[in-house]
Structures are given as structure tokens and as C-alpha cells.
Design a protein around this ligand. Structure first.
Ligand SMILES: [Zn+2]
Length: 264
């Protein structure tokens, strides 16, 4: 039986699509998409996933800008907003693998050239047998409620887009997710939290995070920000929120869930 063949063609840090592509069509845009403009890269096509009815390949044209009247470059963020989420995560996975191959050409242990493993997403060194897998960086993200309010903060990045969000940060080596929540909250805003409850997770390919969401209650302390990572933070009445992240992000969903808990 013929499998549907999907081609993800990356150029610089974006996906190449037909100029008139309607992103809401999702992966249908990528069926047999081996465009003439990238034909010189055809022999670099890498199969990164096979399913019963589908075959997924990627071509990474790397940094050289490809300009063609029938093509446009689409950023991951644009796809996150406009594509059906299942399609977005397929693109994100292809991008993670392209990025992984770009950054693992040579062995980190002995310096020899690495080869792609054919049966799993990995790069292998045949000289010293060191094997690498695509990097995933766990992050915690937490919504803290206190009476009728929620703690929201604004870092430089949120300030750029004009919204306040829940606190988030990377998990450190040898730390549990819960320890990371307590440490990050205290470091970023100087308060203590209690009654942590796991909520959900979301892959966040910017560039390779896994957001692990928690709900928590305020316990003690006064808000104090460092003015660098966090510019301002405050408890906001749940009925009078500033602009917050949209609900396709786990931050938006944590805020929605906190509103529900407060209204219960
Ligand atoms: Zn090696």
C-alpha cells in the first residue's frame, strides 16, 4: 500500500511553504512537497519517522536564503497560532530533529564525525560509540492563586508583546519538578507557595523545552522582583486581568483553570 509522503523543508529557521499556503490546512500542505526550488537538496532528505500510512522526511537547506516567487518562509510561532495543533507538533518535531542534526555533526566526546542512526532519532559516533538524542529541556510553569487573585509577572519578552504571564523556569540538574517550582518562584518573585498540583504539559519547541504546568497556592512572603529577569509582578484580581497569553499555550490554560478554581 502506498504511504502518504510528507516533506518538511527548512530554510534558515523556518519552514518553506507555497506562497499562497493556507496554514489551517495543516500537514496537507506538505504532501509530496519536494519543491523544484530545493531540488539540489533532494539527496539530503532524511526520513525521521514512519507510520503505518505515512512517511515523514525532512530536508534542511540550512542558512543559505532561498528566495523563490512560489515559496515563503513560515516561522514556528506563526504556525503555532494558525495551524491545527496536531500539525504544528509534527512540524515542531521535524524542526527539533533538523536542529539536532545541525548541532551534532561531530562527537562531543572524541570529535569524530557522527552518523544518523536509521531506526531511531539519534546520532552515533562509530569511533567511541557515544550516542546522542535530541535535547529536551524540562521547564516548570506555575499559576499561583491567592484568594481572588493570581500572581502574574512580566519579563522583558512579555513586555515586548505587552502581556503578563505565569512564572516559568528551567529545571536544574538533579532537581525534581516540585523543587524547581519552589526554587524558581522564590528566585523570581520572593514568595513561598504550597499545595502544588500537577496540571498538564506542553512541548514548547523554542527551541526544545517541555513545559510542565502546576497549580499552586500562595503561602508566604512579599513580592520582590530582581528587575532583570522579571521586571514587574503582582497579584491581579481574576476578574480584572491584564492582557494574558492565549489559551493555546499552557500559560493561558493555567490561567483559565485558576479562574475556575477561584470561582468554585
Ligand atoms: Zn566519539
Amino acid at each position: 500500500m502506498n504511504k502518504t509522503r510528507y516533506f518538511f523543508v527548512f530554510n534558515q529557521n523556518k519552514l518553506l511553504l507555497p506562497s499562497d499556503a493556507d496554514l489551517s490546512k495543516g500537514l496537507d500542505l506538505l504532501i509530496d512537497f519536494e519543491h523544484l526550488a530545493v531540488s539540489e537538496y533532494q539527496d539530503q532528505a532524511v526520513t525521521f519517522k514512519q507510520e503505518e500510512h505515512a512517511h515523514f522526511s525532512l530536508i534542511d537547506t540550512q542558512q543559505e536564503a532561498i528566495e523563490h516567487p512560489e515559496l515563503r518562509q513560515v516561522s514556528l510561532r506563526e504556525m503555532l497560532v494558525e495551524m491545527p495543533s496536531e500539525a504544528f507538533y509534527q512540524v515542531a518535531q521535524a524542526w527539533q530533529f533538523a536542529l539536532f542534526m545541525r548541532t551534532h555533526q561531530f562527537c562531543g566526546r572524541c570529535g569524530a564525525r557522527m552518523d544518523k542512526v536509521t531506526w531511531e532519532m539519534a546520532m552515533h559516533c562509530h569511533t567511541c560509540h557515544h550516542r546522542c538524542y535530541p535535547r529536551v529541556s524540562p521547564c516548570i510553569i506555575v499559576a499561583i492563586r491567592h484568594r481572588n487573585s493570581i500572581l502574574l509577572a512580566q519579563g522583558a519578552r512579555q513586555k515586548e508583546v505587552g502581556y503578563f504571564s505565569t512564572l516559568a523556569g528551567f529545571v536544574e540538574s538533579s532537581e525534581t519538578l516540585e523543587q524547581a517550582v519552589h526554587r524558581e518562584v522564590f528566585e523570581e518573585v520572593g514568595v513561598r507557595v504550597k499545595n502544588l498540583e500537577y496540571f498538564d504539559s506542553q512541548p514548547w519547541p523554542f527551541p526544545h523545552s517541555l513545559m510542565c504546568g502546576f497549580l499552586a497556592e500562595y503561602d508566604a512572603g512579599d513580592i520582590k522582583v530582581d528587575g532583570k529577569e522579571i521586571l514587574q509582578a503582582d497579584f491581579f484580581d481574576i476578574d480584572e486581568l491584564p492582557t494574558v497569553p492565549p489559551s493555546f499555550s499552557i500559560a493561558g490554560r493555567l490561567i483559565d483553570e485558576t479562574r475556575k478554581r477561584i470561582k468554585q
